[in-house]
Design a protein around this ligand. Sequence first.
Ligand SMILES: CC(C)(COP(=O)(O)OP(=O)(O)OC[C@H]1O[C@@H](n2cnc3c(N)ncnc32)[C@H](O)[C@@H]1OP(=O)(O)O)[C@@H](O)C(=O)NCCC(=O)NCCS
Length: 147
Amino acid sequence: MEVMGRAFAPEYGEAWNRRQVSDSLLLTGTRYCLIGADGSIAPPPEEPVAGFALLRSIFDEEELLLFAVLPEYRGKGLGAALLKAVIAGATTRGIRRLFLEMRRNNPAGKLYAGFGFRTIGVRTGYYRTASGERLDALSQELIIIDN
Ligand SMILES: CC(C)(COP(=O)(O)OP(=O)(O)OC[C@H]1O[C@@H](n2cnc3c(N)ncnc32)[C@H](O)[C@@H]1OP(=O)(O)O)[C@@H](O)C(=O)NCCC(=O)NCCS
């Protein structure tokens, strides 16, 4: 929750509160993945947490619901390491397709593209910022197992 509170720019309203997170984790198929400041996946309790991913799967598809690294740890490859672990975890679970939704022009798009995500749909004006600006949502897909 500390990462959640500081990683998302408030104007986009993307952060979830504690209740939303705990409720989501009660749902079958929801999982999270943590990365430590030292780059370790599922770090021991004494290691500071630098980032997390929250995911939900249904049958053989999984959605990356939230993905974030604390500002002070960015640009060191932790986001890429976390995404790699997320994809490895999905592959182990027999997931065939990984989905995510991001606002157009989010710099994270470069990271996702590097892992092979491609845009499969656009929801025009889907997000509304705190200042009232409308932003498109890009639906992206990574095919892990192609039929
Ligand atoms: C997206 C995010 C998790 C990336 O974390 P990170 O630890 O900085 O990622 P990495 O260091 O592994 O960067 C990987 C690549 O992504 C790109 N990238 C990621 N974030 C970027 C940013 N803010 N600005 C520019 N490029 C960025 C870079 O191309 C980088 O590759 P490079 O190092 O070869 O230049 C982090 O910026 C974040 O938490 N953002 C706020 C929350 C958010 O928008 N989450 C995604 C919601 S869809």
